[in-house]
Design a protein around this ligand. Structure first.
Ligand code: IVH
Length: 665
């Protein structure tokens, strides 16, 4: 081993150790800064000496940008679910049933039931080789690339006492604080909120882009091991072994020797679980000895040696004082219940979401009702029922408003959608102001102002849309209370600077429904300019990666509206960036002019999207399916067999990525 290779190995070992201290034990020995420096050094060495690359290196956690569609994998051991119980009586029944069936002493291991998404991870020779979702229990999605970005999951194991090959099962979780932060960001973008950390975790795991997964800070707790040569004869000892190999095995599991000990565990964690960093929805009881587990066996759906007990969601009763209807930037109207303040799971609750009209209808609510609020998994508490017996002085029946509470326009409900919208896009104040507020945010045009100024300027008649920001006059601004030469100049300067903001962010700032930051970037790269985008057909749009029918339709409707195209024209005239920069365009040629190219599979050197962009930059056309008109196919790994067959039949040339790169060099 030469000096460089040795250094690389040392850095990898050290980083693996510090990663474990930080993400598994939550007990770092090193400052973040030092950790980052070591990581940067390793990255630099690995780039300079690619012959020492290793997919299990700690540098590989960041996730590549290359999207892989998931392949289905059959589980070696089916992933079963657990029988659920909801009462202590049912837990007693389980215990007594086990007693009768075994007819010998046994231990029960009590554990928390983590509320995320389950995963089965296979290790061979101490290295993570595969991670598969539950799927339908028999087959799941291979999500290895995504799972490798989760820092508390070991890529290589510690020590040397692990079996040559084994599978370990656990739960992938989004910690509460990450979930709350993510929802805050979504709220700011008026994107629909994620209902609970479980949906957030499973949605994240199914992301095609591992880079996105890496950014979401998921965690994983492990709770079961399987294989032919397990280290010990009990579940409890196996899990303790797994902890020594580097897995995050919760130290909340307890050995119970009586039913009473099981009940004590339940009672303790029913309260204490509120202080955990992740969501739990019950406890799991497992017979400890593997031999006894084997004897008890399985029913068709679940093991006979284990059961779950679900906690009751926390609930409180309070009075419904009123219901308000809020109009957002996109015109969506949200009903919110205003409640008499009540304590629930340690916080004071004054408002609860009523979601939509269907929910209001099914609750049959009256103002003044005693309602039950619950905070199960969701951040915003919800009303789950009405105490009809307690109804005595009945108020008005709650029904969804028919007209916009802000501008009185009749509301509309689109087919297939639960929400009502105010269609008065250009006349409804919260929509107008909301669009301007969105336009000036940091991630869009980054104009140094906020909702208060937008409101004041709007009321004074200075701005009615985002283009008005570019014709603001100091004299008129100085007339507004609290505005002086200095604040006026600062704002004008900031408006001027926004003319340099890249096209993708301008596009995001327009606030086209469903066009968030990522979609805006994708559209900018694929269509280059606002002109191209405004002329794009539904097909061209949906042929773009990550652009589905919903987004395509929204883009088309946006540009079909004359008011929007006028607005865009005014912004362009004001000098905003309405196309991607020259340097990006300079890479263009017509080497692929007139060619219809199908790109299929996954690639090593660039992502599929990057290849699509390159093809367009060189004048080629990306087509989705193979036909007689296809010029050639660029095939990566795992290209669909149907496509390959069709190509053969039609005698269409198939090339690899290096050949494509050569063509455009
Ligand atoms: S054991 C054969 N232990 O609950 C037994 N499962 O309904 C396999 N879960 O799919 C499961 N915490 O996603 C087990 N401590 C725990 C668990 C747990 C959460 C989930 C798991 C499973 C579901 C069963």
């Amino acid at each position: 081993m030469n000096e460089i290779e040795l250094k690389i190995h040392q850095l990898r070992d050290a980083l693996t150790h510090h990663n474990y201290r930080y993400y598994v034990l939550s007990d770092p020995e090193l400052s973040d800064k030092l950790f980052d420096e070591m990581m940067a050094e390793l990255e630099q060495l690995e780039t300079a000496h690619p012959q020492f690359a290793d997919p299990h290196s700690p540098t590989q956690r960041v996730g590549s940008d290359i999207s892989k569609e998931f392949t289905q994998v059959a589980h070696v051991y089916p992933m079963l679910s657990l029988g659920n119980t909801y009462s202590e009586a049912e837990v007693s029944e389980f215990y007594e049933r086990t007693e009768r069936a075994l007819n010998e002493p046994f231990e029960i291991i009590a554990e928390l039931k983590y509320d995320g998404t389950s995963i089965s991870v296979t290790y061979e020779s101490g290295r993570l080789v595969r991670a598969v979702t539950r799927g339908d229990g028999a087959n799941g999605d291979d999500v290895t690339a995504n799972v490798k970005t989760i820092r508390s999951i070991p890529l290589t194991l510690m020590g040397d006492s692990y079996p040559e090959s084994f599978e370990i099962r656990g739960e992938i979780l989004m910690p509460w604080h990450v979930f709350e932060q993510l929802n805050k960001e979504r709220e700011a973008q008026e994107e629909p909120l994620l209902a609970n950390p479980r949906n957030a975790a499973s949605g994240t795991l199914k992301q095609l882009n591992p880079k996105v997964v890496a950014s979401r800070k998921l965690d994983a707790y492990f709770y079961y091991m399987m294989g032919e040569q397990l280290p010990t004869t009990t579940h409890y000892d196996n899990m303790n072994e797994a902890r020594r190999w580097g897995f995050k095995v919760p130290d909340t599991m307890r050995k119970c020797n009586s039913l009473q000990e099981v009940f004590d565990y339940i009672a303790y964690w029913d309260v204490e679980r509120k202080n955990l960093p992740v969501a739990t929805d019950g406890i799991v009881l497992k017979v400890n000895a593997l031999r006894q587990q084997k004897n008890l066996g399985f029913t068709a759906k679940s093991p006979r040696w284990a059961i779950s007990y679900k906690f009751q969601a926390e609930r409180a009763a309070t009075t419904l004082n009123s219901v308000s209807f809020q109009v957002g930037r996109t015109g969506a109207v949200t009903p919110v219940a205003n409640l008499e303040a009540v304590q629930l799971s340690g916080t004071t609750v004054r408002r609860a979401s009523l979601h939509n009209d269907d929910i209001i209808q099914s609750l049959d609510l009256y103002i003044g009702d005693q309602v039950f609020v619950e905070k199960g998994g969701e951040i915003i508490p919800k009303i789950v029922g009405v105490d009809k017996e307690a109804r005595f002085m009945i108020g008005d029946k709650v029904s969804f408003v028919k007209n916009c509470p802000e501008c009185n326009t009749p509301l509309v409900r689109e087919a297939g959608e639960a929400a009502y919208y105010c269609p008065n896009e250009f006349g409804c104040p919260p929509q107008i102001k909301g669009r301007i507020e969105h336009f000036v945010t940091r991630k869009a045009l980054n104009i140094g102002t906020g909702p208060e100024t937008v409101d004041a300027f709007y009321k004074a008649g200075l701005i009615t849309d985002v283009a008005d920001l570019y014709t603001l006059q100091s004299a008129a601004m100085l007339n507004i209370e609290g505005w002086q030469a200095k604040s006026v100049n600062n704002l004008l300067k900031s408006v001027e600077e926004s003319k340099q903001i890249p096209f993708a962010r301008v596009l995001f700032g327009l606030g086209i429904r469903f066009v968030g930051e990522t979609v805006a970037k994708r559209l900018a790269i694929n269509f280059h300019s606002i002109e191209n985008l405004s002329e794009a057909t539904f097909e061209q749009l949906t042929n773009t990666d990550e652009i589905g029918e919903r987004i395509a339709q929204s883009v088309i409707s946006y540009f079909a509206n004359e008011k929007n195209s006028d607005l865009v024209a005014r912004l362009k005239a004001a000098g905003l960036q309405m196309a991607i920069a020259e340097e990006q365009l300079a890479a263009q040629s017509d080497k692929l002019k007139g060619l219809a190219i199908v790109i299929s599979g996954t690639f090593e050197q660039h992502s599929r999207d990057e290849y699509k962009t390159m093809i367009e930059q060189h004048g080629g056309k990306n087509v989705a399916s193979v036909s007689g008109k296809t010029s050639f196919i660029v095939a990566g790994d795992n290209m669909g067999p149907a496509k390959l067959e069709k190509a053969k039949k039609l005698n269409i040339k198939v090339i690899n990525e290096s050949e494509l790169l050569k063509m455009i060099q």
